[in-house]
Design a protein around this ligand. Structure first.
Ligand SMILES: NC(=O)c1ccc[n+]([C@@H]2O[C@H](COP(=O)([O-])OP(=O)(O)OC[C@H]3O[C@@H](n4cnc5c(N)ncnc54)[C@H](O)[C@@H]3O)[C@@H](O)[C@H]2O)c1
Ligand SMILES: [Zn+2]
Ligand SMILES: [Zn+2]
Length: 361
């Protein structure tokens, strides 16, 4: 029997979000219904609301979530009712050219639930990143559910579902930060702060946090940054070079995603160093660099989708490290809120007041 639950939808471009009754169908083959326990408010939800992703309104927002599997459809073997899971937005297919050559984190054919959740009048909803977890329950592809140790609090576990995984993975997976490396992180919001944490986990010897906001620099320092650079009125490239013996950092992570920050990242790395772009640019942004510098500086210029994570490999491992006290994920939960606090949470995000507001259901 389809169920009626509360959900937060973005009805149209720029319109305020509202709580509506949504209809969640029973899971079909390969699908699961998850009782959502916690869901973080991510910048991408705001992008959806503002029409910055696409025009498929109404959206069912929320995609950084943890909860309990309530029911599964035919043929589902990876999870069972009662499992504590983190939802991921890249359920790998196992069959595409990336998967079959052993690089499933690049899967080009990730999937979502086939059935649609709807409003009471039958209007089909577009779930944010194929998840839609600002709701009491949501319907997803079973492969979007990753089992983790239920000893972790849902508001912390859910963070791995998007921004925190993106940042951690930008450092440890895409950037391949190593013991002894110098790592600079431009932009220390939820994603950048997680990159700082990832660099520390990898054993980086020098971790330089760069932001325009003192509060973000203070948090980054608590998470393991060894140096901070206030980007306003500072030459960021020079500052990073000065902190690295005049050379630049081995790895620079751009967690903002502007042409100006990318250029800083490009020049703030050492010769043969690595740049990782994890901040998401908008379609009209362009970058111009002397091609001779691209050649002459060598190294690698990479982008990081979801931290190049493989949820089945990375989520349980990171939760274990958290439970052992080796990964401070608690620091990311600035506040817990109710479903009706999401509009206010967008405001706080916009003003830089929070790393994460997390909705508890
Ligand atoms: N690649 C992925 O898979 C992925 C996943 C999630 C989020 N993201 C993206 O990562 C980016 C960051 O997300 P977030 O949640 O951390 O956002 P956020 O708003 O919490 O943080 C952005 C930070 O950048 C700082 N900043 C802005 N301009 C700056 C500049 N010129 N120099 C230095 N610092 C600057 C801000 O002060 C803020 O602290 C966004 O673009 C988001 O869409 C990417
Ligand atoms: Zn695939
Ligand atoms: Zn997100």
């Amino acid at each position: 029997m389809a169920q009626q639950v509360r959900g937060v939808i973005a009805p149209g471009r720029g319109e305020p979000v509202r709580i509506e009754t949504i209809i969640v169908p029973d899971p079909g083959p390969g699908e699961a219904v998850v009782k959502v326990q916690a869901c973080g408010v991510c910048h991408t939800d705001l992008h959806y609301k503002q029409g910055g992703i696409n025009d498929d309104f109404p959206f069912l927002l929320g995609h950084e979530a943890a909860g309990i599997v309530e029911s599964v459809g035919a043929g589902v073997t990876e999870v069972a009712p009662g499992d504590f899971v983190v939802l991921n937005w890249r359920a790998v297919c196992g069959q595409c050219r990336a998967c079959t050559r052993g690089r499933p984190w690049y899967c080009f054919n990730t999937h979502n639930a086939k059935q649609k959740m709807t409003l009471e009048d039958g209007t089909e909803l577009s779930p944010a990143l194929g998840i839609g977890a600002f709701a009491d329950k949501t319907l997803v592809a079973a492969g979007q559910c990753t089992k983790v140790d239920p000893a972790a609090k849902p508001e912390v576990a859910g963070l791995l579902g998007c921004g925190v995984m993106a940042g951690l993975g930008a450092a440890i997976n895409t950037g391949n930060a190593q013991r002894g490396d110098s790592v600079a992180v431009i932009g220390c919001g939820g994603v950048g702060a997680a990159a700082v944490l990832g660099a520390r986990l990898a054993g980086a010897a020098k971790i330089i946090a760069i932001d325009l906001d003192e509060r973000k620099l203070a948090t980054a320092q608590n998470l393991g940054a060894t140096h901070t650079v206030h980007a306003k009125d500072t030459d960021v490239v020079k500052a990073v070079q000065e902190l690295t013996g005049g050379f630049g950092a081995d790895l620079v992570i751009d967690a903002v995603g502007l042409p100006a920050t990318y250029e800083q990242a490009f020049y703030a790395r050492d010769l043969a160093g690595t740049v990782v772009l994890v901040g998401v640019p908008t379609p009209e942004m362009k970058i111009e660099l002397p091609l001779i510098d691209v050649f002459g500086r060598g190294g690698s210029l990479k982008s990081s989708w979801y931290g190049d994570c493989l949820p089945s490999r990375d989520f349980p491992m990171l939760i274990d490290l958290y439970l052992q006290g080796r990964l401070d994920l608690d620091a990311f939960v600035t506040e817990t809120i109710d479903l009706d606090g999401i509009e206010a949470a967008f405001d706080k995000m916009h003003h830089g007041d929070v790393l994460r507001s997390v909705v508890i259901l």
